[in-house]
Ligand binder design. Structure first.
Ligand code: LHQ
Length: 254
């Protein structure tokens, strides 16, 4: 249900249940975690792309594989929550390449990524409300932080589908790519990130996440700590050398 491939320092994690719009069944939830674990552990991987096969990115929980006996709280604690925490803890950039509809927990998955790329036919829907549920899988954490409180409430409660252009307007999407340049531009974006100073990117991710729960004094302390680590990296030395020699840096991610 998940395809995994590493190419040019990029790990491609592809959701592969196109006939169900890549809805999460149990196997997919297990396999995505394994793929992310592999990508996180492989020092050759310096960027991760999550995308879908077919016309959707991901339609969220497979509604055919839950029933009255399913304990939703337990289900979230067992499958979705660890995946979302795993993504936040991966100190490498993660891109959601949203190749179509992102609905429910499929939208939550995209929100937990560090960048969201879309094309003109991609769409976004907080589908939970239409089946009498609440946003989950980190949606209540990330959505208001990405689009602001009022817009998040509007999307979650009204549950209206929004286009890629609207998503770009509210800051939900990093970039809208022309449909015919999709593969090429997503690959270029991912490979660009995969050749940047990976250690610094990981530290940025870690401390931006922590900054929500810290005051100014704490953030200043954490910045000083993180800068000491970044400042002793190979890529920092290379960046300085390249600047002084007036050439392009060759970052190695260490
Ligand atoms: C699907 C699904 C799907 C199964 C399309 N499941 N088959 C967490 C923990 C525990 C419990 C509960 O929930 C959660 C978190 C959640 O994610 S809750 C929210 C779950 N997701 C949804 O409510 C979205 C349901 N899907 C839709 O609203 C639409 O399918 C969207 C807006 C995604 C796309 O609409 P269309 O482009 O019109 O496509 P479609 O509706 O015709 O779907 C195509 C096929 O995919 C169809 O199957 P069929 O056999 O009739 O061709 C759908 O039944 C199937 N499908 N989503 N989540």
């Amino acid at each position: 249900t998940i395809e995994f491939e590493v190419k040019n320092h990029v790990a491609w994690v592809t959701l592969n249940r196109p006939e169900k719009l890549n809805a999460f069944n149990e196997q997919m939830k297990i396999e995505i975690k394994e793929s992310l674990k592999k990508a996180a552990a492989d020092p050759d991987v310096r960027c991760i792309v999550i995308t879908g096969n077919g016309r959707a990115f991901c339609s969220g929980q497979d509604l055919q594989s839950v029933n009255e006996d399913t304990d939703y709280g337990e289900h979230l604690r067992k499958y979705y929550n660890p995946m979302i925490q795993q993504m936040a803890a991966i100190e490498k950039p993660i891109i959601a390449a949203i190749n179509g509809t992102a609905a429910g927990a499929g939208l939550s998955l995209a929100l937990a990524c560090d960048f969201r790329l879309a094309h003109e036919k991609s769409s976004f829907i907080e589908a939970f409300i239409h089946v009498g549920l609440v946003p989950d899988s980190g949606n209540m954490y990330y959505l208001p932080r990405i689009v602001g409180h009022a817009k998040a409430l509007e999307l979650a409660i009204l549950g209206e589908k929004i286009s890629a252009a609207e998503a770009k307007d509210i800051g939900l999407v990093t970039q809208v790519i022309p449909h015919d340049k999709w593969n090429e531009d997503v690959t270029a974006f991912a490979e660009k990130l995969a050749h940047m100073p990976t250690k610094a990117i990981g530290l940025i991710k870690r401390y931006f996440n922590q900054s929500w729960d810290s005051n100014l004094q704490e953030v200043l302390g954490k910045e000083a700590y993180a800068q000491k680590i970044a400042g002793s990296s190979y890529d920092h030395r290379e960046g300085i050398a390249a600047f002084l020699e007036k050439r392009k840096p060759l970052f190695l991610g260490k």
